[in-house]
Structures are given as structure tokens and as C-alpha cells.
Design a binder for this molecule. Structure first.
Ligand code: V0V
Ligand code: CO
Length: 141
């Protein structure tokens, strides 16, 4: 089902400061930035490697406010790993297969994700305590 690890999502209070830390520590660079109002985040993608069906990235995420998924996470747990995202070729098909196993879907239909991708989240309580995201990268034109 999975093509690659698309990204690891890391929650932070200060996006610019955390970008600078990752760039200077690991030599990675920002390839995309976006404010995603629906998800309540300001985010940046830092490229790690190329992979099947798309690249793999570090996604740094800063909440747009305290009453957002990432705002609540920071208040409860502090900065750190927030989610793991796997690349799939067909996010709707993957959701149907996963739902049949009994795992709760946070998103029954895909939403807009970084860099034109289609994304959907699975409930962390049903996936070993890890907030899990499926990503179908934007198709090359
Ligand atoms: C919450 N919990 C987590 C968690 N967030 N466990 C692991 N990893 C996380 N990130 C646990 C939390 O500790 C509670 O467990 C329980 O789930 C319920 O949490 P809550 O604080 O009461 O919060 P809820 O239930 O209001 O919301 C939790 C969920 C929510 C996961 C349902 O955060 C959500 O819908 N997330 C999906 C959207 C999202 O995260 N968007 C931001 C990334 P205890 O304490 O009861 O045991 S946006 C993104 O990645 C984009 C745009 C992209 O392109 O990739
Ligand atoms: Co993500």
C-alpha cells in the first residue's frame, strides 16, 4: 500500500526559527511553504530525498492558533513529532481498504495538502498512538 515515507510532521512554536535550525543542522532546504487555513497550520516542506511517486520531506508546522489540532498538541505535549505521512498512489482506495480493517478515519474524503497533494488522516488511537496521514502527491502534468 505504501510507496514511501512522504513526510514527518514536526510541530513547533516558531516556524522560522525551526526552519533555520533544520537548515543549519542538516543542510536541507525549504522547497515549499503554505498557510493551510483548513488544517490550521503554517507549514514548510524541507526536501530529504526523491522516492517512488514523489519525494520525501520534513514538514515543519506552526499552529495558526491555540484551538487548532497543532495548537492543542503543543499545549499538551510540547514541540516534537506530530505525525507520520505515507505516500500512496490512490488515497481514496487506501482509505477504503484501511476503513475495512476497523481503523477510524479522521477524513472520509481527501483534503488539500502541501504542494497540491491530496491528504487524509487516520485516528492515532487506532494506529499505535501515531497520528498517521496518507498522501497522494500531485500528478506530474
Ligand atoms: C492528539 N492525540 C495524538 C495526537 N493528537 N496522539 C498522537 N499524535 C498526535 N498528533 C491524542 C491525544 O493525546 C488524546 O489522547 C487524543 O488523541 C485526543 O486528543 P485531543 O487533544 O482531545 O484532540 P482532538 O480529539 O480534538 O483531536 C485529535 C485529532 C486531531 C488527532 C483527531 O488533532 C486531528 O483531527 N488531526 C488531523 C488534522 C491535523 O493534525 N492537521 C495538522 C497537520 P489522550 O490524552 O486522550 O490519551 S496539517 C498537514 O499535515 C498538512 C497540511 C500536510 O499537507 O501534510
Ligand atoms: Co502532514
Amino acid at each position: 500500500m505504501f510507496l514511501r515515507i512522504d513526510h514527518v510532521g514536526i510541530a513547533c512554536h516558531d516556524l522560522e526559527k525551526t526552519i533555520a535550525l533544520y537548515e543549519s543542522t542538516f543542510g536541507v532546504t525549504v522547497v515549499a511553504r503554505e498557510v493551510n487555513e483548513e488544517q490550521g497550520v503554517r507549514e514548510a516542506m524541507l526536501h530529504v530525498a526523491d522516492g517512488e511517486g514523489g519525494g520525501s520531506y520534513i514538514q515543519l508546522i506552526e499552529p495558526l492558533g491555540p484551538d487548532t489540532p497543532v495548537g492543542k498538541f503543543l499545549a499538551k505535549r510540547g514541540e516534537g513529532l506530530h505525525h507520520v505521512a505515507y505516500g500512496v498512489s490512490d488515497v481514496r482506495g487506501a482509505l477504503t481498504e484501511i476503513a475495512a480493517t476497523g481503523v477510524r478515519l479522521i477524513d472520509k474524503n481527501p483534503r488539500h495538502g502541501s504542494m497540491g497533494s491530496s491528504i487524509a488522516f487516520l485516528h492515532p488511537k487506532d494506529v499505535g498512538g501515531v497520528l498517521t496521514e496518507l498522501v497522494q502527491a500531485r500528478q506530474a502534468e
